[in-house]
Ligand binder design. Sequence first.
Ligand code: ADP
Ligand code: ASP
Ligand code: MG
Length: 409
Amino acid sequence: MARIVMKFGGTSVADLDRIRNVAARVKREVEAGNEVAVVVSAMSGVTNQLVKYCQDLSPLHDAREYDAVVATGEQVTSGLTAIALQEIGVEARSWQGWQIPLRTDGAHGKARIDGIEGAELIRRMRAGQVPVVAGFQGIGPDNRVTTLGRGGSDTSAVALAAALKADRCDIYTDVDGVYTTDPRIVPRARKLAKIAYEEMLELASVGAKVLQTRSVELAMKERVRVQVLSSFEEHTGGNLPGTLVVDEDEIVEKEMVSGIAYSRDEAKVTVRHVPDRPGIAAAIFGPLSAANVNVDMIVQNVSADSMTDMTFTIGRSDLARAQAILAAHQAEIGYAEMLTDPDVAKISVVGVGMRSHAGVANTMFAALASKGINIQVISTSEIKVSVLIGVEYTELAVRALHTAYGLDA
Ligand code: ADP
Ligand code: ASP
Ligand code: MG
């Protein structure tokens, strides 16, 4: 007997038939004698639609009201899944974030989990009830609903698994595991039986949407056993069906590059002709950080006549906010002009083997050059190299790199 958290993503609960399929899977785990808690996402496409409603009404909408709107998708699926379970004889009850409560900080739209009260859920699970938790949402210090950032149900699931001291956190999705890159872009991508926390964390943080970054961060910290698997395929026999996220030392063969990720959710901002003096970076990035705008890649040009250009990337959804903030601070920063480009993509190659191999970045640059793809910004870390390119080259770049690093199946 084990205690399991089962998380089902948007495509897994996209309609009533799929919700019935989810219920049947949960029932099987319950009948095998396990204590099960379920976490669900909104039906696929629903969150996008809700986000669009907010944006269409106001690009600079109040983040608290955004949360009130977008959290509704998961309220619907948690209730429907509980009904589907009851319908097949499984005792089940839906839980919204505020009911548990799942407490978060006050960063509406991308809140972080502060704590989960697990005692009542554990008591009910012991008594044979299946809690069906609405993913993606919590309650903030202002007593308002908060959401955890796009893809946040993964983080709800891992946090719940930690709070419930679950033996496993199974992430059911529309692919049967973590691949060397998005299998929808590269059909020759290979499924990984295991991936190290560090690599998964880095891949997620640079755009591999199969797991939300924070869910991996949390799994690593809380030692949660995470498994990614398909909610559509039947898993039979003893062989591992999906991908297990594990400690680096559990992986015997360390590839130089284990995965490639892309993100089209980027925007590039250039602040032109700013005085090159101490404090200028703080003047630009301070107000952005105060408004919860995450800045990613940064380059500062060499200065001519004590003036310089600063180029950086942010999430595309933050672009309107960042523009407004920088415009409001133009006098203090002292820049001449602000240029923005939403048509960029970030392509990254990731692998723990990079620590001990030279030439990884050069292989990347050569592969992109051979396809005539121009690199706009470069950034590196110990186990990652990222480049910013024109968004129209995304697929071409990912495929070329997948081949260049010998990852094709
Ligand atoms: P869910 O709604 O179940 O959370 P997501 O759409 O958030 O599903 O994540 C699953 C998707 O992640 C897959 O359909 C796939 O297109 C994408 N993906 C991106 N990179 C990878 C990767 N390296 N391995 C597997 N899937 C990936
Ligand atoms: N429904 C939310 C989203 O689309 C959360 C999730 O699916 O994990 O971002
Ligand atoms: Mg997801």
